[in-house]
Design a protein around this ligand. Sequence first.
Ligand code: IVH
Length: 801
Amino acid sequence: MNEAIERAAQLRRLLHQYGHEYYVLDAPTVPDAEYDRLYRELEALETQHPQLRTPDSPTRRVGGAPLPQFPSVTHVVPMLSIRTETDVTDQGALAFDASVRRELGLDAADAPVEYAAELKFDGLAISLRYEAGVLVQAATRGDGATGEDVTQNIRTVRQIPLRLDGEPPAVLEVRGEVYMRRADFEKMNERQLAAGGKTFVNPRNAAAGSLRQLDPAITASRPLSFFAYGLGEVRDWPAMPATHSGVLDALKAFGLPVCAERTVAQGGEALARFHAGMGERRNALPFDIDGVVYKVNSLALQRELGFRTREPRWAVAHKYPAQEALTVVEAIDVQVGRTGALTPVARLQPVFVGGVTVTNATLHNQDEVERKDVRIGDTVIVRRAGDVIPEVVGVVLERRPMQAVPGGDLFDAAQQPLHPPYRLPAQCPVCGSHVVREEGEAVTRCSGGLICSAQRKEAIRHFAGRRMMDIDGLGERYIDNLVELDYVHSVADLYALTLDDFLEMKRRADERDGVTPETVQAGKIPTKWAENLIAGIAASKRPPLARFLFALGIRHVGESTAKTLADWLGSLAVVRRAPAALLRVLPDVGGTVAEAIAEFFAEPKNEQVIDQLLAHGIAIADEHAPSAKLRDKLFAGGSKPSAELLGALGVARLTPVRSRQLSDALPTLAALADADDALLAGLPADVVAALRDWLAQPVQRQRLLELDALCRELHAALPAQAASEGILAGKTLVLTGTLPTLSRDEAGALIEAAGGKVSGSVSKKTHYVVAGEAAGSKLTKAEELGVPVLDEEGLRKLLAG
Ligand code: IVH
């Protein structure tokens, strides 16, 4: 038994030490697993010998039974509040110092008063009572005289020691603040949301709500923290320090968490400096503060100053501008960002918060609006921390405008909200294009990438880029001016620009910026730059298909997807018509990408821009028939639809295995539209039911028939041989020099489309070298090795067979 007693004491000591290192010092010295092992050992010992279960045992943090209500506790030393100085300037600190000096009868010649300056934590005041170093009771402040006994809950706060280190006094009441760190708060809210529980608007409410739980198991699951900042009743403390800062040092040595952000300051100006410095660092702290606290450091002077009614004369809280305020939502608007993201924005009755007047606050996205259920007319909490964009953190539901339920009993008090829940519009408020929200995405986007003025600059910049249409010289400044001065509404307008347009644009931009150059003032108008730009635009008119598709800026379509589309489908006409199901069978094109492409071409405004581009003479340089490889992707022999294509339709329960079965059963894709029970006989009932549901939707049926028509058309257009047997199959070509009409990329695309390979260097294995003007060492090498050399003309002949 003695052994057990000793081992239990040792385990408690170790667990206490490791817990302190982990939770208070944030510097663990043993792995978590070691802690867990010792904890389990102690638990086992205590189960075996219940008499070993001391009140300070780490195993006693959890496991208390839920209470019917909190017992009340009378504070021997009342928990007073401190006066708040709301003048947020330096003046607040100086005024406090002046009043202390006045009360103490000091004049200008006397030495500065010494203060302890610390933070004003934004949580909930708590009093911890330690007897003989062991935590025996924890109480809330209540009305200051009587509070609630929350001992069970406080035990679950790991930062609060159940036993003090060193030689604590016989009775020590520690006063401090229970709070929640911002990161812990965010994580907790996320967890709550995922579990369908209620979320809190700020860390303060979260801390208070968590401590007021009657079931300690709930409190245990909440990430609470604690800082000690003062004392209540104290008995027998011979070594009690003479200053407040000394008391805090002693509390820290007892193992209590004391905030390191504190200082000892001489006089009012030093206090003002502390206030200003902390104000700057406020947002970088891991927890919320709403001000700083100054306390006369000498406990003797504190006693001399005493109290005025319920507030000490020796302390003051010096506030910062509030970061949260209440106001009313007058409207909810939508902003469209340059990438097309729609952001709901609350228009607010002007409110002073975080040091500025706020009239707008972001609501982020549809999910956030729903989560917070912000409606027009609502009273909301607005938060502006530092330079962060103001945001609506929550609604004060009790103040929501209500109306009587229509048709309801006159004497019945039934009420319903005056305004419905907010939903983002289905059309872009800037350009009217339809909006899209992808599965699993929080953001709703405008689909009118090519025409939406909110996205215009970005769209044009992308379109003109090196790896896209490669419009030489069309830099950011020109694009900004062309859009801002209204010369270009869509990328198609670029091709209609005249020399006069550019010169006029430049003149107006210079006027606007007040920078008209002297040469222009002297009547000499430079035109060379504009001629170059026009030439650059004209030179971009024959893009390879892949670059053109990439240039359109279709969401999720990067260079490699654009190349896949071009290689497999061959022409712009086919890409434009391809439904998502067909796109999905292409290599590396998933559901999201396929949907994004189909959505893009489904927007009539985008189609219009493409038609305009073609009308302006854009001609794809390398269009060809669809790849012969497409046959196997779409068909399972003859006119049977492939399992892959069926799987891409998006019918529920149509797994790859079931798709294969269905493919076997169907003579054609169109047959699915009118499939009778006999045809589907081999499939499980749930798959048949899902298919029937799907086919019952007229739009799906319609799409199916269109897909069938397109597949048959493609089938007819497919070249007889697969691309791997194309005219240049197995041939390696090297390009060198400048060709008269084809760019390097264009020539490369043509060669690849014919099944050939383009290599960067000449060797014996090279089949042809295609040489243009100013060809260099590669041409010499070809001649040395006897590799046939072609010019552009020769290449074209070769391609034509
Ligand atoms: S001292 C007699 N120090 O502010 C002095 N209070 O009205 C007792 N608070 O709700 C308070 N940080 O919980 C003190 N460093 C700090 C504080 C602080 C936050 C809270 C306290 C109470 C209110 C004081």
